[in-house]
Design a binder for this molecule. Structure first.
Ligand SMILES: Nc1ncnc2c1ncn2[C@@H]1O[C@H](COP(=O)(O)OP(=O)(O)OP(=O)(O)O)[C@@H](O)[C@H]1O
Ligand SMILES: [Mg+2]
Length: 413
């Protein structure tokens, strides 16, 4: 049967809407999905969000500082922020093309997000939420006010504050930059015999503001992906264990589900949902937590976007964190976060700073049964850079871990 198409015009494009029975659909703009979706940031998180959006037939416009970023290469449109995120022409360009804009990193200043809203776009998570989350001190204060357990922390005004604060919190402690930290860059452990001025300067003080928190002697690190819809509906994925590389302080392995008692897992999910509610988040959030020997759970930090600890959800869960992010910010119903099988394990492919893998390495890694290889398409490898990941699903975490690790060892990025 010949398809009969109706058209709905929005600011930028003409949409063809066809009902399943072939009749012309007379949709009004208010009924149409507010697409294309805008994503600020062109990294792998944006790329995987586009892959999920694409399956739903949703176009994406990516904003990034450079053309042909990992996400930009898959997007239907690119807006280049040549003058940095505060590039007014780019702000107006993307706001005029994308009625809804989200982000894939927390480094875009909330003031820029407010400009996007002033230019007519809806930004989710909201600028207020991002303003709180992108400053780790504000973030922890918001969580503490809401009764969410966190490590103890204090603001640092000058290095002279450190000995008094550390005596209060106990040595050692962890000095952190309030903003723009990632993969452990922006943190340093502080011992009693460290020089406070040198320690602060090593993190960019006085240009950069700092805070300090107690060192938590955790038995393991946990994470939960939480998704909150526009209407406040909140779902959480299974609690996972994240294992960091001891030297690089970067996540290497994620094991789903974490090997903890069911009652504790329920408590952890509840704390994680509460943490996202405390900052009034919308969309997918990664919540990182510490589990202590005595069973106590403390929230380390939140990320207002899909998170590395949730990459396993692409193949491991009924609905991925990326698809649910798209659904959440566009006001669509959220999908089930349940595991499809008993377990899923993800191993990060961290850069070694050399050549990209050759065909033989691909062949060798892909010959491991049931593994899923993701190459983010970054043009340059740097030591410790997240270049890709491998996921394996199975009945038991051990089986999945073994296959994912074997494949990861066979491919160097
Ligand atoms: N207070 C603490 N006590 C003990 N270890 C800590 C503490 N804070 C951070 N760490 C360790 O350092 C790692 C990185 O810290 P954090 O999450 O604050 O940094 P980040 O740069 O934002 O990290 P990422 O981008 O990897 O999430 C944590 O996963 C944990 O292993
Ligand atoms: Mg972290």
């Amino acid at each position: 049967m010949e398809e009969r198409k109706g058209t709905v015009t929005n600011a930028q494009e003409t949409r063809h809407l066809v009902q399943t029975d072939g009749r012309v659909m007379t949709a009004s703009r208010t009924n149409a999905l507010a697409t294309p979706l805008g994503i600020l940031g062109g990294g792998q998180l944006g790329r995987m969000t586009i892959q999920a959006a694409s399956a739903l037939g949703i176009d994406v416009v990516v904003g990034d500082g450079k053309p042909r970023s990992p996400a930009g290469r898959l997007a239907q449109g690119e807006v280049i922020f040549t003058g940095g995120w505060d590039d007014d022409a780019a702000i107006h360009d993307i706001a005029s093309r994308a009625p809804t804009i989200t982000l894939e990193n927390e480094f875009v200043d909330a003031g820029v997000l407010e400009k996007l809203e002033a230019a007519g776009a809806t930004v989710l998570p909201s600028p207020d939420c991002v303003r709180t989350v992108q400053d780790k001190l504000k973030q922890k204060t918001a969580m503490q006010r809401a009764g969410i357990p966190t490590p103890q922390f204090r603001q640092v005004h000058t290095p002279d504050d450190l000995p008094r604060i550390a005596n209060d919190l106990g040595w050692p402690c962890v000095l952190k930059a309030r903003r723009d930290g990632y993969d452990g860059y922006g943190n340093r452990k502080l011992d009693a015999d460290d020089d406070p001025v040198a320690a602060c300067e090593s993190l960019g003080w006085p240009e950069r503001e700092l805070f300090v928190e107690q060192f938590v002697p955790f038995s393991c690190e946990l994470a939960v992906i939480v998704v909150r819809g526009r209407d406040g509906e909140t779902i959480s994925y299974p609690v996972v264990e994240t294992q960091q590389d001891p030297e690089l302080q970067i996540c290497r392995v994620v094991i789903a589900p974490a090997d903890i008692p069911a009652g504790l897992a329920q408590d952890v999910e509840q704390i994680a949902r509460g943490a996202v509610e405390s900052v009034d988040g919308t969309g997918t959030f990664g919540v990182e937590l510490f589990l202590l020997e005595d069973g106590q759970v403390l929230v380390n930090e939140l990320a207002p976007r899909p998170h590395n600890s949730g990459h396993y959800t692409i193949e491991g869960c009924v609905t991925s964190q990326f698809e649910n992010h798209v659904r959440a910010v566009l006001g669509l119903p959220l999908g089930s976060p349940s595991l499809r099988e008993g377990a899923a394990v993800m191993v990060n492919l961290l850069g070694h700073g050399g050549e990209m893998p050759d065909a033989e390495q691909y062949r060798s890694a892909l010959s491991v049964p049931g593994i899923h290889l993701h190459n983010y398409g970054k043009d340059q490898s740097r030591p410790g850079r997240k270049m890709g990941h491998i996921t394996a699903c199975g009945n038991s975490p051990n089986d999945a871990l073994q296959r994912a690790s074997t494949a990861a060892e066979r491919i160097r990025m």
